[in-house]
Design a protein around this ligand. Structure first.
Ligand code: SF4
Ligand code: SF4
Length: 331
């Protein structure tokens, strides 16, 4: 292992300096159990994480969010269900701490109320796939709602069915003046034709790399992220339960304890129940393709990336992606 200074030139050292002081402490909150879509493969419903009694009292939400801030959380990641169905709850988070809102984009986050809140819009492919998996072409509506919005981006969940066909989707997003970040579908509900094979993973990696080169202004990504996500390997280790950093701290009894997100908890909307991790409580970890969990895996393993200049640059690039997507540094 070498030192950071010995591995980086001045320009890279400046990039490192900007992220090394961020100290991001995120947690995830289910804002509501309800959604205005019912996507096939939605981990929230497929793992029955919606079966808690939603807290309805705004005063309890306010007190809860205050406690979370006191616990040291400095990034609230709001998911659901669909958070825009409960904008008063979203506003409680937004007024208390840096907040990111995941949405399917069908209801516009009012910018007079949330001027600079980062919004991540889910997208599962082209029109045909969206209709098949989500019941409608969500893209047309979400693009109309967010075109040109500097604080919004598409979180494009690529399905195996999309291999060879992602360029038109990326182009439409770029033409709409928006950014895009890519992750991969985990087929939690075993929808036929939507499971990954090694060949398809290898092919999509090449395609994701090509998108980064063709649309560098729009695509928020790096080749190392593509490598880690598609191969499930980092520094010769395999992603999965024994390595995952995104496990709720109070439910994490793994021995040995891997490097993990400090103070990370995923809360249900009853404000009492916690879920196992950042995604499905019932998912087979060996098949998990969650993009944020893979990025976090890299981020918490800085020491492992101190063997060479390229390793450390890879680590910096992944950290920068995460920091951009959650508005800690500019695009
Ligand atoms: S929009 Fe999101 S929360 Fe709603 S059903 Fe689809 S994947 Fe699930
Ligand atoms: S399902 Fe994914 S995010 Fe959840 S614990 Fe397993 S590997 Fe981690």
């Amino acid at each position: 292992m070498k030192t950071v200074s010995s591995l980086l030139d001045a320009a890279w050292h400046e990039r490192y300096r900007k992220i090394s002081t961020l100290n991001i402490r995120s947690s995830i909150y289910d804002v509501t159990n309800r959604c205005n879509l019912r996507c096939k493969g939605c981990f929230f419903y497929s793992s029955n994480e919606h079966l808690v009694a939603e807290e309805m009292d705004p005063a309890k939400w306010k007190a809860f969010v205050r406690r979370e801030k006191e616990r040291g959380v400095n990034l609230a990641i709001l998911i659901g269900g669909e958070p825009t169905l409960e904008l008063d709850r979203v506003e409680i988070f937004y007024r208390t701490m840096p907040t990111y809102c995941a949405t399917n984009g069908q209801i516009k986050v009012p910018r007079d109320r949330f001027p600079d809140m980062m919004v991540g819009i889910s997208l599962w492919g082209n029109e045909e796939d969206e209709k098949k998996l989500r019941g409608k072409n969500t893209f047309a509506v979400s693009l109309n709602n967010y075109e040109g919005d500097p604080n919004a981006y598409y979180l494009y969940t690529i399905t195996p069915n999309q291999v060879g066909r992602i360029e038109p989707v990326i182009r439409k997003i770029a033409d709409g003046g928006l950014k895009v970040h890519m992750q991969l579908l985990t087929n939690d509900e075993e929808v036929e034709g939507f499971s990954w094979t090694d060949d398809k993973l290898a092919a999509i990696r090449v395609e994701m790399d090509a998108m980064l080169e063709s649309y560098p202004q729009a695509v928020i990504s790096c080749k190392y992220y593509h490598e880690v996500l598609t191969t499930g390997k980092m520094l010769g280790r395999s992603f999965g339960w024994s390595e995952c950093p995104s496990v709720t701290e109070s439910m994490d009894h793994r021995h040995p304890q891997p490097k993990r997100l400090i103070r990370f908890i995923r809360w249900a909307s009853d404000l009492k129940t916690t879920h196992r991790c950042c995604t499905s409580a019932t998912r087979d970890c060996s098949k998990c393709k969650d993009g944020a969990a893979h990025m976090s895996w890299v981020m918490v393993n800085k020491r492992g990336h101190l063997d060479s200049t390229r390793d450390l640059q890879n680590w910096i690039e992944v950290y920068e992606i995460f920091a951009k997507l959650y508005r800690f540094i500019p695009w």
